[in-house]
Design a protein around this ligand. Structure first.
Ligand code: URP
Ligand code: ZN
Ligand code: ZN
Ligand code: ZN
Length: 483
């Protein structure tokens, strides 16, 4: 059965024009005027855009003594409800666990996905097994490797491990990613704050000031440069980190920064709320920052020094957050956002004039599809691309509320916020998953998206690295001593 989206305005990262879109066999079959199909979706007054891609989620993730509450079913249902048609989740080996073993666990969990998905692999420890298995992981179409520079004693890796892993990524044509916070300094600050009687959620923010993020971001950039690989910095939350990324890009380094919708729209005052639950529900790393840092992130999106808006969706219930009563270091770190990323970014970015519609498409979909080497299968409105599409009604409004959300948790960090701009239809490889705001997802419809290593940027950096590699200076024999 074919589907035609009629009377809409197509908005891509670089073009805005009126045309119909014909979908057949899960792919875009034609784009043009006056198309016909078996099923007609009316896009009058709407924008037809590539579905969102959220490259940073943690669904059913074992973390801090519990599991994140949204699994691949509820998480991807929330995604589709908000116009996101693909997620990239982190397969997370526990220290000592093999990468392929972890991958088997994530394959099992993801079988329930309602939309397409891919994985990044986390490097949480270093050894010969990890080195060897990285190649097999790339062979499975997982070409990005995440490193935690924080969470000391759990997921954190040190600089020697970072350098070794980055060099392995260079050999394999893969993309290293970093959670950039100085984990040693954070651990010291946490211990001191607790000793001084700072046990509440506000201490979480004090324990991770912007400097720990700026320092680690700069360090990761320099290590990547020495290894000859591009670098993707997840959840860039502050000017200190943005500055390091901006400077690196100006110097020609291939570095991308990813602000989250939470950091763009919520600030540190949340942690000083008199209600413990309210503050603890917003504990995540890095923490929310001041308005000045928010302005820096918005400027980065407008100028192109920051490339992608994600969520880091890692949702915990109030009950789980309460594990940290009396000790803020035990509050599970993470917040939700999958359903709200696109409407919140449209409302606070496009309707305010901070970014254009085309930039909205770039930072929610097309840029990351290119960075992760899956463009134009994903992130495009082009003939032959997957029909992952959102028909966006820029006039539709709602008030965000936990009572009506898809996520499994009992609150929403954006509770009470008004949004303008919502999906009328969301299509996942041609399947209409949201119609007139009604969610009609199908569990297990989602497919794994395998990605090719050796993206153009990797090849360019490797060529340069080879050209500038150390070489012995040819010299004649050492002259005999004495004249
Ligand atoms: O607080 C956060 N961000 N939780 C999820 C894990 C991570 O660091 O990305
Ligand atoms: Zn992180
Ligand atoms: Zn509250
Ligand atoms: Zn994360």
């Amino acid at each position: 059965m074919s589907t035609v989206i009629k009377n809409g305005t197509i908005v891509t990262a670089d073009l805005t024009y009126r045309a119909d879109v014909l979908v057949e066999g899960g792919k875009i079959a034609a784009i043009g005027p006056g198309l016909a199909g078996d099923q007609v979706l009316d896009a009058s007054g709407c924008y037809v855009m590539p579905g969102g891609i959220d490259p940073h989620t943690h669904l059913e993730m074992p973390f801090m003594g519990t599991y994140s509450a949204d699994d691949f079913e509820s998480g991807t249902r929330a995604a589709l409800a908000g116009g996101t048609t693909m997620v990239v989740d982190f397969a997370l080996p526990s220290p000592g666990q093999g990468l392929l073993d972890a991958l088997r666990m994530w394959d099992n969990k993801a079988g329930r996905a309602n939309c397409d998905y891919s994985f990044h692999m986390a490097v949480t420890w270093w050894g010969e097994q990890v080195f060897d298995e990285m190649q097999a992981v790339v062979g499975r179409g997982i070409t990005s490797f995440k490193h935690f520079m924080a969470y000391k004693g759990a997921l954190m890796v040190n600089d020697d491990e970072l350098f070794a892993s980055f060099r392995r990524c260079a050999e394999l044509g893969a993309l290293p990613m970093v959670h950039a916070e100085n984990g040693d300094v954070v651990a010291e600050m946490c211990a001191r704050l607790l000793a001084e009687g700072n046990t509440g959620p506000e201490a979480h923010a004090y324990s991770r000031p912007p400097q720990v993020e700026g320092e680690a971001t700069n360090r990761a950039i320099m290590i990547a440069d020495m290894a000859g690989v591009p670098l993707y910095v997840v959840h860039t939350s502050c000017e200190d980190s943005h500055e390091a990324i901006r400077r690196a890009r100006m110097q020609g380094k291939r570095v991308w920064g990813e602000p989250l919708i939470q950091h763009l729209t919520l600030d540190e005052s949340e942690y000083f709320h008199p209600d413990w639950d309210h503050a603890a529900r917003r504990v995540m790393s890095p923490p929310f920052r001041s308005k000045a840092h928010q302005d820096s992130l918005w400027a980065g999106l407008a100028s192109g020094s920051l490339s992608v808006v994600a969520t880091d969706h890692c949702a915990f219930t109030t009950e789980q957050k309460r594990f940290g009563k009396g000790d803020f270091t035990r509050i599970p770190n993470g917040t939700g956002g999958l359903e709200d990323r696109m409407p919140m970014l449209w409302t606070h970015g496009v309707t305010t004039g901070r970014i254009t519609m085309n930039e909205f498409v770039a930072v929610t979909s097309t840029n990351i599809a290119k960075i992760l080497n899956m463009y134009p299968k994903k992130g495009a409105v082009l003939v032959g691309a997957d029909a992952d599409l959102v028909v966006w009604d820029a006039e539709a409004t709602k008030t965000i509320s936990a009572a009506s959300q898809q996520s499994a948790i009992d609150y929403n960090v954006f509770e009470g916020k008004q949004v303008k701009g919502l999906p009328r239809y969301t299509l996942s490889r041609g399947m209409v998953a949201v119609a007139d705001g009604k969610v009609q997802t199908r569990e297990g419809h989602g497919q794994f998206v395998a990605r090719e290593p050796g993206a153009a940027v990797n090849k360019a950096l490797s060529a340069w690295k080879d050209l500038t590699a150390p070489r012995p200076v040819p010299r004649g024999g050492i002259p005999a001593s004495g004249v």
